[in-house]
Write a protein that binds this ligand. Structure first.
Ligand SMILES: Cc1ncc(COP(=O)(O)O)c(C=O)c1O
Length: 444
């Protein structure tokens, strides 16, 4: 594959953009390919190379790159009627109604412009509502580029994970390993009266894809109730992807107090949202006194794209289709691993998939066929990652330095490290899946 154009573009970019990119994760080694355009389930780079795209914008593109006609029409109409106004529009109400109708715990929604803005506002809302400062997050979790969750450390011994964040932010953030019942009980026993909220993804979606073990969410729900804290589900990735329109909370049957959304709910345009019980969400200004505001929030083009995307998904069995392709990929990869790399683990659910390069535990007759589901009867159960640290112990360098570039050379575009999920879209085909599996077979 020739990458001369991309190389030249990166050379120019390095002069005017830090690291040559606008989001850190895009700076793949030795340099990223620059995308010229999308085409269904594929992207074509500046040198004309074509890739099957399982990055899909890091999750927002449920329908792939060629937006279906109703989505395109709505976006174009909105853009041509003046992109935004600084006054409310009907389409915001329609999308809020759609979300409230489908997501079990959501009665009201505030739209913002990114997942980061959603989690920042959700944490402020929880603190304002409870009058408490501390939050609990899962070790290794990512909730966007926000001060309160960019922390390293364990329990109450935490520190900012980036320069530029005052120590005082981390003082209010407690961390526990995902899926660790003992740790969360102990943290609540020690700090329960000061905890405003537990903030977690229902499935760790950008740290290898880690499923909850049986009963873990229920424990979070019971402890937060017992201590008067809130449970915030960060569904920026899982929202409108896992569990279809009811999201992961519907699939797991858990009723969080607040949910954050992003990615798919904006149909490929910048978006975030905070949803929840009216009694809580109405604490946002102007209904309440927890300040929240934004020039671009509820942007009509984004709202139209999100609404038409979700309507299209509802009316065209999109979830059945993408989940079936996801299942074929996971079980196909599991078969390949059984022969070629039995210590590795297939993870994912619905239209998410990934291989974690775990170091031990062999495939037996009874392994989970299409991605680890934390089934205690599975012979691999003890070896399947239960939290972020388990994923960190995998062969992350091998994944990033050898596997990812080799897959790219095969024309398969994956998220460039061990941690972030791969996504199937409605534009992918059975043929794409077969080609991808052939590439996994050659490269693994
Ligand atoms: C779970 C989760 N929360 C929040 C965010 C932040 O979203 P954004 O990048 O739109 O700010 C992300 C981003 O990938 C995410 O995966």
């Amino acid at each position: 594959m020739n990458h001369d154009e991309s190389r030249d573009l990166y050379d120019r970019a390095l002069s005017v953009m830090p690291g040559g990119v606008n989001s850190s994760v895009r700076a793949t080694r030795p340099y990223p390919f620059f995308v010229q355009k999308g085409d269904g389930g594929h992207v074509i780079d500046a040198d004309g190379n074509r890739y099957i795209d399982f990055v899909m914008g890091y999750g927002p593109l449920l329908l792939g790159h060629d937006l279906p006609e109703p989505v395109q029409a709505a976006v174009q109409q909105r853009a041509s009627e003046g992109p935004m106004y600084g006054a409310p529009t009907e389409v915001e109400v329609e999308l809020a109604e759609f979300v409230a109708r489908h997501v079990p715990s959501v009665e009201m929604v505030r739209f913002v412009n990114s997942g980061t803005e959603a989690t920042v506002s959700a944490v402020r809302l929880a603190r304002g509502y409870t009058g408490r400062d501390k939050i609990v997050i899962m070790e290794g979790s990512y909730h966007g580029a926000q001060e309160s969750t960019l922390v390293d450390g364990e329990r109450d011994d935490t520190a900012p994970s980036s320069p530029g964040i005052p120590e005082s932010f981390a003082e209010h953030t407690l961390t526990v390993p995902f899926n660790d019942e003992t740790a969360i009980h102990e943290v609540f026993e020690e700090h329960g009266e000061d905890i405003a909220a537990v903030l977690t993804e229902p499935i760790l979606g950008n740290h290898g894809i880690v499923h909850p073990v049986e009963g873990y969410h229920q424990t979070l729900r019971e402890l937060t109730d017992q201590y008067g804290a809130l449970l915030i589900f960060d569904e920026v990735i899982t929202g409108f992807r896992v569990g279809g329109l009811q999201c992961a909370q519907g699939k797991f049957g858990i009723d969080p107090d607040i949910t954050t959304f992003g990615k798919i709910v904006g149909g490929g345009f910048p978006v975030g949202a905070i949803g929840g019980k009216s009694e809580i969400v109405e604490h946002f200004t102007p209904a309440g006194d927890v300040f929240q505001s934004g020039t671009f929030s509820g942007h009509p083009v984004t709202m139209a794209a999100g609404l038409e995307t979700l309507r299209y998904a509802a009316e065209n069995d999109v979830y059945d289709y993408v989940n079936d392709l996801g299942e074929r990929l996971r079980s196909g990869i599991a078969d390949i691993l059984e022969d070629q790399a039995p210590s590795y683990t297939v993870v994912g659910t619905d239209s998410m998939f990934k291989v974690i390069f775990t170091r031990d535990g062999a495939f037996g007759e009874e392994h989970c066929e299409s991605g680890c589901t934390q089934d205690p009867t599975c012979p691999r159960y003890e070896h399947c990652p239960k939290n972020g640290a388990d994923v960190d112990r995998a062969e992350t360098e091998r994944w990033e330095r050898l596997f990812w570039p080799a897959m790219k050379d095969e024309g398969i575009f994956l998220t460039p490290n061990q941690f972030e999920s791969q996504f199937v879209s409605a534009a992918h085909t059975a043929d794409d899946v077969e080609q991808a599996l052939e590439a996994y077979k050659r490269v693994l």
